[in-house]
Design a protein around this ligand. Structure first.
Ligand code: ADP
Ligand code: MG
Length: 386
């Protein structure tokens, strides 16, 4: 549905987006991740035709954003980082304005009412935008993107500045939209992508450093081999039991002590789920099991490892690892990060420059007939400046 190939954006001598390529399949929800300044907004502004590219191509449903911006934009609903809201308009006036701009042909009242139901702003329909809370303003911005029912929806940091409850609401909304639309969502909140995205693309310093299905990352991150276990009982005897229990290949006592209970870090052999066996072994000796915590890697760990991998000077400056466990874990994260980055770098290099013929199927049955944004003339002006 979306195909970006060898996209570059220079601001003067500075390359904000450096030869990136990726695709988004129809119906996919893609999480576009990266630290601040990585190039997310720049990429999204090029995708939506707000900003021209220095080189490379972007196709939406087969339509080239540069060659045929009007038809490409008809396929896109966009919520920029700063939603373009007019404070003195009511929600109704604003959405009606967006409807007219997009020259939408759907039944106006019904369409706008439906959108308001979906994004839950019906109760503020007649309120002025300047009087709405940040969460409601954000939802009005999302509503504006949905006017005309475009097949592709692009959100730049949709939950930034919202409170935790609002974040969950917007997240649920995006998940709902993902059922019917192709969605690209930029964020630096990692749980967000894990919660709603099918695929994760990580950009750092203008380059794509990871492009993976979320389930692949989650699987790699999942780890049921290492646990912190808190056991009430004589420390030496407990440790001896743990070290001798078949299926456990490593055990150590951690410093934390709580009454007569100590915390131990254990590691089981590959392919063995040690939990039940451990429980019964302890029960037999009447040493109560107080706690059991799996020590998987979090998606944060992977993200940081991937970003560090592509910014070695920052990684080198990091604090030294203390325990064996932290060392093992860091090595594992590094290995996983290396796999992800190496594969991605190869994919980026091998991305094709192919020129497809324009596939008009997507916009022909679409109801928006006029463009909302810059005209082709303006676009060419913009190109000359670069
Ligand atoms: P992100 O959205 O990932 O935080 P941006 O795409 O906004 O990052 O910015 C990428 C880089 O490009 C940053 O270093 C930013 O300072 C720079 N940049 C963005 N817009 C401009 C501009 N108009 N002129 C010069 N540099 C810019
Ligand atoms: Mg940004």
């Amino acid at each position: 549905m979306i195909k970006i190939s060898h996209l570059v954006k220079n601001y003067g001598n500075f390359t904000a987006v450096d030869d990136i390529s990726f695709e988004v399949a129809k119906g996919e929800v893609l999480g576009f991740l990266g630290p601040n300044g990585a190039g997310k907004s720049t990429t999204m502004n090029m995708l939506t035709g707000y900003l021209s590219s220095t080189s490379g191509s972007i196709k939406i449903g087969g339509v080239d954003v540069l060659d045929d911006p009007l038809n490409a934009k008809r396929l896109i609903g966009y919520l920029p980082e700063q939603p373009p809201l007019y404070p003195d308009m009511t929600v109704e006036e604003y959405l009606s304005f967006a409807y007219d701009l997009k020259n939408c042909k759907l039944n106006k009242e019904k369409h706008l009412r439906e959108i308001c139901e979906v994004v839950k702003i019906t109760d503020v329909y007649h309120r002025m935008l300047k009087n709405l809370s940040k969460g409601y303003k954000q939802r009005v911005g999302i509503a504006q993107a949905l006017v005309g029912n475009p097949p592709v929806i692009i959100f730049d940091e949709p939950t930034i500045g919202l409170d935790p409850k609002q974040i969950i609401e917007i997240r649920n909304l995006i998940r709902t939209l993902g059922k019917e639309h192709t969605v690209i969502l930029s964020t630096h909140i990692l749980q967000e992508v894990q919660a709603v995205c099918d695929r994760i693309v990580i950009i750092n310093k203008g380059k794509i450093v990871a492009n993976e299905l979320t389930e692949n990352i989650s699987r790699a991150v999942e780890n049921t081999r290492r646990f912190n276990v808190k056991i009430s009982g004589p420390q030496r005897d407990v440790l001896a039991l743990l070290r001798n229990l078949p299926g456990i290949c490593y055990a150590e006592v951690l410093a934390a002590r709580d009454g007569d209970a100590y915390t131990y870090m254990i590691e089981s052999e590959v392919g063995i789920d040690i939990r039940k066996k451990l429980f019964w072994a302890l029960a037999e000796r009447k040493w109560p099991l107080i706690g059991l915590e799996a020590l998987g890697m979090s998606i944060e760990d992977i993200f940081i490892a991937v970003v560090d991998k592509t910014a070695p000077e920052a990684a080198a400056a990091k604090a030294k690892k203390k325990t064996r466990y932290e060392g093992v874990r860091a090595a594992e994260e590094k290995e996983l990060a290396s796999d992800i980055v190496e594969k991605t770098v190869k994919d980026q290099e091998n991305a094709s420059f192919e020129e497809e013929s324009t596939d008009s199927a997507y916009y022909e049955d679409h109801s928006i007939k006029e463009d909302t944004f810059a005209s082709e003339g303006e676009k060419n002006e913009d190109r000359k400046e670069d």
